[in-house]
Design a protein around this ligand. Structure first.
Ligand SMILES: Cc1cc2nc3c(=O)[nH]c(=O)nc-3n(C[C@H](O)[C@H](O)[C@H](O)COP(=O)(O)OP(=O)(O)OC[C@H]3O[C@@H](n4cnc5c(N)ncnc54)[C@H](O)[C@@H]3O)c2cc1C
Ligand SMILES: NC(=O)c1ccc[n+]([C@@H]2O[C@H](COP(=O)([O-])OP(=O)(O)OC[C@H]3O[C@@H](n4cnc5c(N)ncnc54)[C@H](O)[C@@H]3O)[C@@H](O)[C@H]2O)c1
Length: 452
């Protein structure tokens, strides 16, 4: 029997969905959100927010170490249990608050697993809900290696809730999750090993900076093994032992499998609704519409080549809201998307990649701004801080890669210049604060960036 009818049902309550759910409810639509886990999804509870909260003291400690021998003495340490308690206290209430907001707005929150029975009906706990439009924002989950000893493998979510810091942590994979957590765990006092089956870390990012960050992490005491595929984990009298196909053996106390994330497309009944998908996610057109006209998909679960990030999911969600409230009929056009890896130091990039620009020297000019070496007073003794900038034939900034502790802020600032095709004349319409890394970069752009 049909339990209730809505204008729009959202499956999943992460950023990909809740922005649209709120906006469409405020526009007068009847709306329900189906969620089988914690309200507000990965980023809020088990991703960005939880991670960056734990990262705060690690970042401070990393910067303290940059002044050893040039102004800071003595030892500062992270108290993991205290930090974890602070994280729980800050993050745990958020999902209750979000549910409260949804309730106040008149959005029905349905707890349980959503599964299509046809293109208009979703079943949850043996009850059926009908909607004109259904939005799939079911995100991704961690991949799990299918190897002997897989029961000893943990994932990113486990790490973000660790009550005590293990003595030695082995990360499988040298992607974003591994490297961010490896940097954090090391600053917090753990011994850390990273095992990666490719020959380099953080594929897709500028290799000069990924090598630099790996070298920096090695100098901090993290061990890296490349070209090694983990084949087995066994329990020993002292803890665990990780073995690779080439018979490398690493004694450890905790293992995190961070070998990628896979879209939540199975068990959704997509076949019942005529929604096509593949192993990279749900197939959508340039209106985020699936192969079934009344069903849309958004966020990490989409088959897409752009970075799967919270701001991307939010951008898509805002687009869905405009589309379904009749405010737009236009196709979705993605703006430049900034990505940051929160290692210590950070790396970031946006727009045309340095790798792509290098392949087309007639089209692009690449300039390196070694502001760490040249403006030490602004970069907090971070000599290696650097920006690489890509300009097109008209001297507009079209891409950039950043290495250094301030990378998240710098890349945001440079993203603005790229998105708005700003010239030196545009930048001169404001007077910026000094000393700051931003103004340092601005000074270096003079002469390279289009004048007016
Ligand atoms: C450790 C980690 C750190 C990250 N750090 C960053 C960062 O610093 N910056 C950044 O931009 N991005 C970061 N990300 C990525 C970011 O979290 C995702 O891009 C973002 O959460 C995607 O939002 P989403 O709504 O598409 O998916 P999610 O937030 O995953 O939401 C999907 C929701 O759908 C629910 N669901 C799935 N199937 C069903 C079903 N059948 N029925 C009911 N509910 C269902 C799930 O329980 C989940 O709550 C990080 C990710 C991880 C794992
Ligand atoms: N700062 C951020 O924005 C942020 C942070 C964390 C996560 N995320 C999101 O989460 C996604 C997934 O991150 P991830 O780090 O889990 O995946 P990833 O795809 O970035 O990295 C996985 C790594 O594991 C390696 N690998 C795969 N199988 C292996 C094996 N058997 N043995 C050894 N190595 C193996 C791969 O070669 C790769 O380098 C990111 O792409 C991003 O969308 C974003």
């Amino acid at each position: 029997m049909m339990e209730k009818k809505y204008d729009i049902i959202f499956i999943g309550s992460g950023h990909a969905n809740w922005h649209a759910a709120v906006a469409l409810r405020q526009a007068g639509k009847t709306v329900a959100i189906i969620e089988e886990d914690t309200i507000a999804g990965t980023c809020t509870n088990y991703g960005c927010n939880a991670k960056i909260l734990l990262d705060g003291p690690a970042d401070v400690l990393h910067q303290v170490k940059a002044y050893k021998g040039v102004g800071i003495t003595g030892e500062v340490k992270i108290d993991w249990a205290e930090l974890m308690a602070y994280k729980q206290k800050t993050i745990t209430p958020i999902h209750h608050e979000m549910e409260g907001i949804f309730n106040t707005l008149g959005i029905d929150v349905i707890n349980g697993h959503g599964k299509f029975t046809d293109e208009h009906v979703v079943e949850v706990n043996n009850k059926e809900y009908y909607a004109e439009n259904i939005i799939i924002g079911t995100g991704q989950r961690p991949a799990l290696l299918n190897i002997p000893g897989k029961e000893y493998l943990h994932n990113s979510r486990d790490f973000l809730d660790l009550p005590a810091l293990p003595k030695h942590i082995t990360f499988i994979g040298a992607g974003i999750v591994s490297l961010e957590f490896a940097a954090l765990a090391r600053q917090a006092g753990a011994e850390v090993t990273v095992i990666e089956f490719a020959d380099s870390a953080l594929r897709g990012f500028y290799d000069k900076y990924t090598k630099r960050v790996v070298d920096s992490m090695k100098a901090q005491g993290i061990k890296f093994y490349f070209n090694e595929a983990v084949s087995e984990v066994v329990q020993t009298s002292n803890g665990l032992e990780v073995t690779t196909k080439a018979d490398l053996k690493v004694a450890t106390s905790y293992v995190i499998d961070a070998t990628g994330r896979i879209p939540n497309v199975e068990k959704l009944g997509l076949e019942n609704a005529g929604v096509a998908y593949n192993r990279r996610g749900i197939e959508v057109n340039d209106h985020l519409q699936t192969t079934q006209t009344n069903i849309f998909a958004t966020g990490d679960v989409i088959d897409k080549m752009i970075p799967r990030l919270t701001p991307t999911a939010t951008f898509e969600s805002n687009y869905i809201a405009k589309l379904l409230s009749g405010k737009t009929k236009a196709a979705l056009v993605y703006p430049p998307i900034a990505s940051v890896v929160f290692t210590l130091p950070r790396i970031a990039q946006v727009g045309v990649t340095i790798q792509d620009a290098q392949k087309e020297p007639d089209k692009y000019t690449i300039k390196t701004i070694t502001h760490g070496q040249r403006l030490l007073f602004q970069t907090k003794n971070e000599e290696q801080a650097e920006v690489t900038a890509v300009f097109d034939a008209d001297k507009y900034l079209v891409g950039t890669a950043v290495y250094g502790d301030e990378a998240p802020e710098l890349v945001n600032f440079l993203t603005m210049i790229i998105a708005h095709k700003m010239t030196i004349a545009d930048l001169e319409k404001a007077v910026f604060a000094f000393p700051s890394q931003t103004i340092g970069i601005l000074n270096f752009l003079e002469g390279s960036l289009k004048a007016e």
